[in-house]
Ligand binder design. Structure first.
Ligand code: NAG
Ligand code: NAG
Ligand code: NAG
Length: 221
């Protein structure tokens, strides 16, 4: 409903109960006819009506400015929430072939980014940082040969939350496998989530996007 419609409604509602108000100033009359769309009639009935309108005008003007500032702060809040709550990323390792082995754990940097809404996944470090407290969903996958060990550990700050792991089986023959896992976590604002390649293991990716890391904010808490 527009403000002018609201004015009109209020005027119609209130004019029945008002009877003793002063004559409107010329300037106010003009503004009133302009804003409400009601003509300022002449004669007794008209005088009474325009007097009623004049009495209500400061009230309506105040109401209007209150509504307008309320609307502005609501829009601001909606924008802030949208910025804060639209959080999702997904990326694959990229066309790099074998990654590993290293003699210690390393944080994997998934370089082929599909989406990074809000840019909370750092494409330089591979670390996701929670922008708000909330419930978050993560999934990870990894691909390689059964003859090579593969270990991917999902960390929240300093603690392992889940792992996907395959053993090297020397008699397994050359088969390929893709492991995956997913987890939903409660994160505090500023918590960091990343995937580490377990020491002395391999992981692989090419243009097929076999090895992924994905995270979404499900809802803020
Ligand atoms: C990992 O798997 C790919 C095939 O998807 C293979 O080309 C690569 O040699 C494997 N890496 C290791 C270390 O076995
Ligand atoms: C998690 O680690 C980050 C970065 O070191 C830190 O800012 C944050 O406070 C930590 N969260 C908790 C709950 O300790
Ligand atoms: C891998 O991701 C890229 C986008 O980054 C896409 O163009 C390509 O088709 C994907 N490859 C496969 C095999 O899905």
């Amino acid at each position: 409903m527009s403000y002018s419609t609201l004015y009109l409604l209020l005027i119609v509602l209130f004019s029945c109960n008002c009877s003793s108000m002063s004559e409107p100033q010329e300037k106010e009359k003009e503004e009133l006819t302009g804003r409400s769309g009601l003509p300022v009639e002449s004669g007794a009935a008209g005088n009474q009506q325009s007097c009623l309108i004049t009495g209500l005008y400061p009230l309506l003007a105040e109401l209007s400015s209150t509504l307008q500032s309320l609307k502005a702060s609501l829009e601001q809040e909606q924008f802030r929430r949208k910025e804060e709550h639209n959080v999702a990323f997904s990326a694959s390792l990229g066309n790099r072939g074998d990654v590993g082995p290293f003699n210690t754990d390393v944080t994997l940097v998934y370089q082929n980014v599909f989406v990074n809404a809000g840019s909370h996944y750092n494409t330089g470090t591979g670390i996701f940082t929670a922008p708000v407290k909330g419930v978050y969903f993560f999934s990870l996958s990894g691909h390689n040969k059964t003859t090579k060990p593969m270990g991917l550990r999902l960390f929240k700050n300093g603690s392992q939350m889940t792992i996907i792991y395959n053993y090297a089986l020397s008699d397994a023959g050359i088969r390929y496998e893709t492991l995956s896992n997913s987890i939903t976590l409660m994160l505090e604002k500023g918590d960091q989530v990343s995937v580490h390649l377990l020491a002395n293991t391999w992981v692989f990716d090419n243009t097929d996007n076999l090895t992924l890391f994905t995270g979404h904010l499900v809802f803020p808490f």
